[in-house]
Design a protein around this ligand. Structure first.
Ligand SMILES: Nc1ncnc2c1ncn2[C@@H]1O[C@H](COP(=O)(O)OP(=O)(O)OP(=O)(O)O)[C@@H](O)[C@H]1O
Ligand SMILES: [Mg+2]
Length: 476
């Protein structure tokens, strides 16, 4: 048996799999993302640790002795500053945190040849800019840190006592040389960042340590169990869904990700990211829609509904929400606008609107934002888009996504693709064989309805951001 641990933004998911990949048990527990200042997003690693202990013990049950290895996946881009033992020195700064917007000019001033080695747009929320901010604003914490780790790498340090990083997460820090496949010491030097904070790199499917007795007791597993390095959650999900080249995959969760994979490292493209996969040499192009489930969740809470009530409300309004728009940019925007100052909200309300329009506009706004990101992706010759993720389970929402994207959706039957990918990496680490995973089952193919033309609404949606861009900047 193999165990996957996925350290998500909103929740930890743990799942146990048999030798043939069959899922034996799984469970999850959520924790808080806090905004102590507007635009910040932090979590307490102590809460991650407590949640993972609880959930892992529940999932493992009496089977602790039969687990051969565990693997990790996790939310990308964030930073945990810790001491040598992995004790966090401050809350984790997450990917959705926009504080580093104030230091991006330092990054933008890098010589062009160095910038090109990053192959990614300079955005707040990535570890490199966040570290610059911490260096300037929390001088003593920065100076006293031993490691600056991505969330799942911090977790592995706590589990094994060894600090390691791996390419799929490291390539999302803006401190990585994508072409050379290693930490980007010249960039760190040019920025005046401490390279010694970056942990040694190892392969995603290597054994990166074994469980310490204390960690083993916390998780209900035997001490000495091999822990695979694992991968960033998006990279782990590509593995868990066996994504072929040239096929677009959309994952809707807290954020939404549009991914196209390639065997060679893809070229940089305006507004899109290029990161390493968990497989040797591979890379993928990513459109990162920052506010998906996160924005729906906010709208739902604002309207004081549970999910069922929220869907019922939204279904009561007509397509296009009578002209009411919702901009989902609650944490700023990455793909397509790369604007940490953007903000969300309803726009164009009149006396003709009621809460059903507010609810429906929220779903439409998230889908329209994904549609804009889709337009930037490299073309593929497969019109159907694969759909996955815990934020896209409702049939009405899936249909609306198909309608607004104007593309058939192949809904995958892979619950917890990231945690499955993490378990596959664990299996591969102990067998020494590349992960073996067949094509996923299709739960449903959803054809877009042809009766509503969304191009006008999409045009108004784009124009709204265009009109507000200057105002977002002035708000600072
Ligand atoms: N019924 C629902 N309809 C739409 N969105 C939902 C629904 N239930 C939960 N969500 C949203 O889906 C997201 C959780 O999905 P999922 O667990 O796949 O997220 P994730 O991106 O993997 O996040 P994490 O980083 O926490 O792992 C949350 O933002 C939540 O608000
Ligand atoms: Mg996740």
């Amino acid at each position: 048996m193999h165990l996957g641990l996925d350290l998500g933004t909103g929740s930890a998911k743990v799942a146990l799999y048999g030798e043939g990949g069959e899922r034996v048990r799984e469970a999850s527990a959520s924790y808080a993302v806090r905004a102590p200042h507007p635009g910040w997003a932090e979590s307490d690693p102590g809460e991650w640790w407590a949640a993972l202990g609880r959930v892992t013990r529940e999932v493992v049950g009496e089977d602790g002795g039969r687990v051969r290895a565990l693997g990790l996946s996790g939310q990308m881009h964030g930073v945990v500053l810790s001491d040598a033992e992995g004790r966090p020195l401050r809350p984790a700064v997450l990917w959705a945190d926009a504080r580093a917007a104030s230091v991006l000019d330092i990054y933008r001033a890098l010589p062009q040849d160095l910038r090109l080695t990053l192959r990614n747009p300079i955005t707040a929320g990535m570890a490199g800019p966040t570290l610059l901010w911490l260096r300037e604003h929390e001088v003593e914490v920065y100076a006293g840190a031993r490691w600056a780790l991505q969330p799942k790498d911090w977790l592995r340090l706590r589990l094994t006592g060894e600090a390691r990083a791996e390419p799929s997460d490291a390539s999302g820090t803006l401190l990585y040389d994508l072409g050379r496949d290693g930490w980007n010491a010249p960039v760190a030097d040019a920025l005046g960042l401490r390279s010694d904070l970056l942990a040694p790199l190892t392969g995603s499917r290597s054994v990166a340590g074994t469980l310490t007795p204390a960690a083993a007791a916390h998780l209900g597993l035997p001490a000495g169990l091999p822990v695979a390095a694992g991968a960033a959650d998006t990279a782990a999900a590509l593995l868990g869904t066996a994504l072929p080249e040239n096929q677009i995959q959309l994952t809707v969760g807290t954020g939404a990700q549009l991914v196209v994979r390639s065997m060679a490292l893809p070229q940089a493209r305006e507004g899109l990211h290029v990161f390493r996969t968990a497989q040797d040499q591979g890379g993928y192009t990513l459109g990162a829609v920052q506010n998906a489930g996160l924005a729906l969740e906010w709208a739902r809470r604002t309207l004081r509904c549970d999910w069922e009530e929220f869907y019922t409300l939204a279904r009561g309004a007509e397509p296009g929400s009578r002209g009411l728009l919702f901009l989902p940019y609650l944490t700023g925007d990455r793909t397509p606008h790369l604007d940490p100052h953007a903000r969300g909200g309803w726009l164009g309300a009149g006396l003709e609107h009621d809460p059903s329009h507010l609810a429906r506009a929220a779903f439409e706004g998230v889908a329209l934002s994904i549609r804009e990101a889709l337009l930037l992706l490299p073309g593929t010759d497969r019109p159907t888009i694969r759909l996955a993720g815990g934020g896209s389970v409702h049939p009405w929402w899936r249909q609306l996504l198909a309608d607004i994207l104007g593309r058939p959706l192949d809904v995958l039957e892979v619950p917890g693709a990231s945690v499955y990918g993490a378990a596959l990496l664990a299996q591969s680490a102990v067998t020494g064989r590349p992960p073996e995973v067949g094509p996923p089952h299709t739960e449903a193919i959803i054809e877009p309805h042809a009766d509503v033309d969304w191009s006008d609404v999409a045009g108004r949606f784009s124009a709204a951001y265009g009109a507000l861009r200057g105002w977002f900047d002035r708000k600072q």
